[in-house]
Each structure stands twice: as C-alpha cells, then as structure tokens.
Design a protein around this ligand. Structure first.
Ligand code: EPU
Length: 337
C-alpha cells in the first residue's frame, strides 16, 4: 500500500531529533509499489530513501520526496545441512533480525546486535561492529532501479562491499531503492570474539553461546553509546580514517598508545577516529546545544533543540582540531542532507 503525506515533520524520523520537515514523504510496503510510484506522470524527481533515520542529519527542509519503506516481513527462503537463508524486507529493524537469528540458533549476526537502523540500510554502508560486518552474512540484495523502473538482484560480490562502503554509495547512489536483503546464517557455532573485550565479557556470562555473545555486545554498546531515544545522535558521526602505513608508522612513533588496525591492502592502515578526537581533547566537549559524547568521542550529540547546522558546525571544528593535532582528515559517516 502507498501512502503520501505533505509537509511532513521529521523530528521523530531522525535519530538526531532535529526539527526539519520534508515537502513530501511516500510510504510503501511492497516492492511492486515502487513500479507505481516511479511510473506515475508525477514521479518523484528529487528523492531520498529514509529508512530508520539513524544515519542521517537534516540541515534544512527537504524539498523533495522522502521514500520510506514500511514492509517488515522476515521469511526463511532456503535451508541446507549447514545454513539457512533468511530474506528480510527493508523496514525490518536491524536488531529484530539479529534477535530472530539468535532465537533460531543461527550464527553470524550476533556481533551486530543492537546496531540502530533498518535492514534496508545495512548493505548501503555495510554496517559493522565487534569484528563483524553485514557483508559477512549478506548473500543477495534486491533493489528497484528508479532510472530503468526495474527490479534487480545483486550477489554479495556484485555489491562490492568495503569498510562502510558498497556499490549503493557509489554507482547506484541516487538510483537504487533496496527492497529486501537475503542473509545466509550458519547452523554451526562460530564465535567471533577477537574484538576488544568481547571474549572476556562473554566468558563472564558463562561462555560463547549465541545468547551470551548477544548480551555481551548489547551491554558493551549500552555502556559506551548514548540511547537515541533519550539523546539525539547518529552513532559514529565519523568514519575511521584509512591512511598510508607510512603515515600510521610516523604517528605511532609519536603516540605509542595510538590504535592502528591492518586493512586488506597492506600499504594502508585504519586509525580510530574516536581515539584521535579524544586525544585532541574533545571528548565530553559541549557547546550550548551540541556536544561530543563523554563516553565515545566518535559520537556527536544533540543536547536539546540543536539544528542540523549546529551539529555541522561542531563536526567541522572537530575535524579541524584533529587535523591540526595529527594532520589526519576525518570524514563524516553520517549522510548529510
Ligand atoms: N577510543 C578512545 N576514545 C574514544 C573512543 C575510542 O580512545 O572516545 C579508542 C578505543 O579505546 C579503542 C579505539 O579508539 O582503542 C576504537 O574504539 P571502539 O572500539 O570504541 O570502536 P570505534 O572504532 O570507535 C567502530 C564503529 C562502531 C562500532 C565499534 C565497535 C566506525 C566508524 N565505528 O567504532 O560503529 O560500534 O567499532 O566495533 O567504524 C556506528 O557505526 O554507528 C558505530 C557505533
């Protein structure tokens, strides 16, 4: 079913809770609705997909059409001795999917517990946490191509996943609307506890069961990250910067305790933007309505009544401070509209 609303308030539809409006918002609940919406004579010219609104910052009124999926089905589509493939529609809450997998004793999604957002957004920026990424379990992505007015399916390889990156942020940006995602989960235990204190947190709960790992991840996240229902934020505001290994080595000589992570490309390393912001002295910094979260410097927060422009001004001053101190440019992870 298709529903349209004009001059729609967005405060409840973005996790920063900024008070902007959209000229129009169209809700759809099945993939075939998109054929109708985009073949109509008044098809949207300027549009943007608004999923859960967890990774977006509105800086002004959106003068186009927000396309908002609401279909929430989760179905098993195939099964063999080793795995089950589940298809979830775009509007399924990411954590509901993870919970569903854990309840069915399926392995692969547990480290991604409690990431805010919807299934449809998960392939776009290849969401990740605690040593796992959505790409590790995504088998296929179904999308509607708004230019061809046709439905397509991409395999995992065709999605060209990278760190917080995919074809949906590149060639298909502004063109594809993801309608559902297929996930292949394993029936065999495969704990992935290498990241930070996850192994120790799981052990204190009695060992590496699916439920213990999920609870450990949820607890760590609740301790470190602000609850978006209480304080406006969009998780990590910045991506962790990927730099030449030479640059990382030089910085490491000056700052022995700086975290450096290897990447698939041996000539590059990933640095921790949270650490850089923290060591630039900005963790817990507050400027009237906006601030840098006191437990995780990667997260910018709306302390109440901030506009998108207030958040952008803070983000720019954080970027400048990190650049002045370390010579490193950090880029937003959040989509800015
Ligand atoms: N650190 C600090 N100070 C801080 C924050 C971090 O010193 O204020 C240090 C930590 O001690 C650690 C390193 O920086 O040595 C990395 O920090 P952390 O393990 O908290 O992870 P992250 O790199 O800051 C990434 C993801 C998060 C995800 C965590 C856990 C990005 C941009 N962010 O953060 O994702 O939850 O790993 O795996 O890759 C999100 O995308 O919204 C998000 C929260």
């Amino acid at each position: 079913m298709i529903k349209e609303y004009i001059d729609f308030p967005l405060q409840e539809l973005n996790s920063f809770h900024v008070e902007e409006r959209a000229a129009k918002i169209i809700e759809f609940d099945s993939a075939s609705d998109l054929d109708i919406i985009f073949s109509a004579p008044n098809r949207p010219e300027k549009w943007y997909v608004l999923g859960g609104g967890n990774n977006i910052l509105f800086t002004k009124r959106y003068d186009g059409t927000l396309i908002h999926p609401v279909g929430c089905g989760i179905n098993i589509i195939s099964e063999d001795n080793d795995s089950i493939t589940i298809e979830a529609e775009a509007a399924v809450e990411w954590d509901d999917l993870v919970e569903n997998c854990v309840e069915r004793a399926l392995w692969g999604a547990e480290n991604l517990s409690l990431i805010p957002g919807s299934v449809g957004a998960s392939p776009v920026q290849n969401i990740g946490a605690y040593g796992a990424e959505a790409k590790d379990i995504i088998s296929r992505v179904h999308y509607f191509d708004t230019e061809e007015c046709q439905h397509h399916t991409l395999t995992n390889e065709e999605c060209r996943f990278g760190y917080r990156d995919s074809i949906f942020k590149q060639e298909l940006k502004g063109r594809a609307i993801i309608t559902s995602v297929e996930f292949r989960l394993s029936k065999h235990p495969a704990p992935n506890l290498g990241y930070g204190d996850l192994a120790a947190e799981t052990e204190t709960r009695g060992g590496a069961t699916l439920i213990n790992i999920r609870e450990a991840v949820c607890d760590i996240r609740r301790r470190k990250l602000p609850d978006t229902s209480k304080i406006g934020n969009a998780g990590s505001f910045f991506k962790n910067p990927v730099v030449d290994k030479k640059v990382a080595d030089q910085l490491k000589e000056l700052h022995e305790d700086m975290p450096v992570y290897p990447t698939a490309d041996e000539s590059k390393c990933k640095l921790a933007a949270g650490w850089l912001i923290d060591r630039a002295g900005l963790k817990g910094y507050r400027n009237e309505k906006v601030g840098v979260h006191e437990r995780q410097a990667l997260v910018l927060v709306n302390l109440g009544g901030a506009t998108g422009e207030d958040v952008i001004a803070l983000a720019q001053s954080v970027q400048q401070s990190v650049y002045d101190k370390f010579g490193i440019k950090i880029e937003p992870e959040v989509n800015i509209l």
